[in-house]
Ligand binder design. Sequence first.
Ligand SMILES: [Zn+2]
Length: 82
Amino acid sequence: MKLVEEQQREDELKKKYGNVYLLPCPFCGGKAFIEWPGKSTRTLQPITLVGCMECTASVLSEDTEKAIKLWNSRSTKELIKK
Ligand SMILES: [Zn+2]
């Protein structure tokens, strides 16, 4: 059941942001993934994790959209530097 719910949420996000709603990893260029709802070990609040499949880079936020924005804005900054 959980997997179906996660897939539905991902489909919703893809509808909203398009299939490229997550930019590649700013460190290694790896494919990004999104995971939610996770749970913060510090605040015990539901969190969204956006991370890289290739390395350990990740961002966390209690707000899914904010997590995506954080990941994408950080990627953009890093990409401009190159
Ligand atoms: Zn990476």
